[in-house]
Structures are given as structure tokens and as C-alpha cells.
Design a protein around this ligand. Sequence first.
Ligand code: DAK
Length: 262
Amino acid sequence: MTEHYELIIYEKKDGVATITLNRPKVLNALNSSILKEIWDALQDAEADESVRVIVITGAGDKAFSAGADIPELLEKSPFEARTYSIWLKDVLRYMERLQKPIIAKINGFCLGGGLELAMACDFRIASTNSRFGQPEVNLGIIPGAGGTQRLTRLIGRTKSMELNMTGEHYTAEEMYQFGLLNKVVPPEELDNATNKLIKSLMAKSAATLGIIKLAVNKGIEMPLEEALFYEAECFGIARSLEDAVEGLKAFLEKRRPEFKGK
Ligand code: DAK
């Protein structure tokens, strides 16, 4: 099934929902309208039981997204910017809580709000021609959607401070070294690498993946003692699923498990 939006392409096929940011003339810059469409597509992907994995990528061969739409940033009043910031925070939080894996397939510039969107995903696979950065400082602003926060949690304080304060661009290889990316591949291998990951995820229990995602994303916000307790609770829930019985039995019977997501 394919649905057409104005600023994204939203496709669902073989258990994968793909959201393609589709403003290539402005390097897939993120304005309020495209973010509303992304939000809408994400809600559809969550509600649709046939969707097992979500992929977010950029149209064209130059960019995943070059960040927030700069003309729109200038138009917004400080109060509107604050309201927008709160709303955007909720969209990105929703991505972290949505119980399906989300892959950012990064194919070029991944800057500012574009990097913030990618950081709210669960996996980031990038082509070698991608460039990353938090260039907001060069515009006299600061990141407004997690650039100073998620980046710090993902790559640590030293490099986060450097990216946020210098506003410079970094290569995919550098970002891989910093721990931001799961994989870096030549552009012609980006599809294959993403599909390989999707295949691996599809072979697992969808329900178990959802529990792992919550355990990781909620747990990191807690002190270790509470996080470990939360993990134990999650373990109990995972063990109560039919898929746990299937997985454990399949091992003992020396066969591949057939998970049902229940
Ligand atoms: N917004 C709008 N248009 C953009 C754009 C952007 N972020 N980035 C590029 N474009 C447009 C260019 O203006 C140009 O349009 P035309 O001139 O052709 O009409 C077209 O895309 C192609 O760009 P270039 O000609 O510049 O292409 P180059 O290859 O020469 O350079 C570049 C590529 C990525 C190095 C360069 O375009 C660039 O530096 N772009 C700006 C990158 C940037 O500063 N990004 C951060 C934006 S600030 C918030 C939440 C989040 C944020 C803010 C608030 N709240 C919730 C309130 C996030 C802020 C940001 O992301």
C-alpha cells in the first residue's frame, strides 16, 4: 500500500513502513508541515499491526535532512518557537516509546534538526557521503530538539560539546568512531545494509523487540538500581509471552523459532 502525502512519501510494504522526507530542493529541510506529516505517518505505522519496522530516509542523493527550515525559523516568534519546541519534543519522544524499531537510513547531509530526528531513531545506518553536525551555533541559536541532550547521551560530553560549540561538519566514519552510527557503507550499499538489518529484526519476536526498546530507552533515564529493577519487570513480561516459550523450546528442539509477536 502506498499513501501520498505532500512533503513525505509514505510506503508500507512487506512489514516495513518507509517515511521518505521529500523536499530535496531544500535538502529535506524540516518545516512544521513536514513534521506533522511525519507524526501522522508514525501514528499510522504504530497502529498498523502488519508494520514491523519503520525506516526514515531522505529523498534525492544529497541529504537525509539539512535541519530545520531556516526561513521558517526566522518567521516564528520566540513564543511560537517555544510552543513548537515542546510539540517537537513530544514527537521525538513518541518515536522512542513507539514499540517498533525505527531505522534512520542516512544518505547525505544530516544536520541540526535532521540529526536530532536521526538520534530519536533506534538505529542509524549512513552512507560514506553523509555529513553530520549541529550547526545551529552558526545561526546564533542552539539545538531545539535534543541536540545538546540526546547527542551527549549517545556520544558523550566531550564530543557533544565539540559538535554543538563548533558547529562543524563531521564525516560518517568520524561519527561511527564517536558511537553515533551502527554502520557506515558506500552509497550503493545503503539499501542492502538496511535490508540486512530489517531481515534480522523481522526474524525476532516483534513483542520482544518492543520490550527491549522500552527497557533501553526508559532505563537510561533511571538510576542504575531502579533501571535494573525495571529490567527485571520487563524480563517478567517478556517471559510471559508465548514467544518466550516458543524460543526456549525451539532451542532445545534444535530448530528455528517461529515467533508470532504474542
Ligand atoms: N532550511 C532551508 N533551506 C535549506 C536548508 C535549511 N536548513 N539547508 C539548505 N537549504 C536550501 C538552500 O538554501 C538552497 O536553496 P536555494 O538557494 O537553491 O533556493 C538549497 O537548499 C541547496 O543548498 P545549498 O545550495 O546551500 O547546498 P550546498 O551543497 O552548497 O550546501 C549545506 C549544503 C547543507 C552545507 C548548506 O545548505 C547548509 O549549510 N545548510 C544549512 C544547514 C544548517 O544550518 N542546518 C541547521 C538548521 S537549524 C527547534 C527545533 C529544532 C531546531 C530549531 C528549533 N524548535 C523546536 C524550536 C533545529 C534547528 C536547525 O536545524
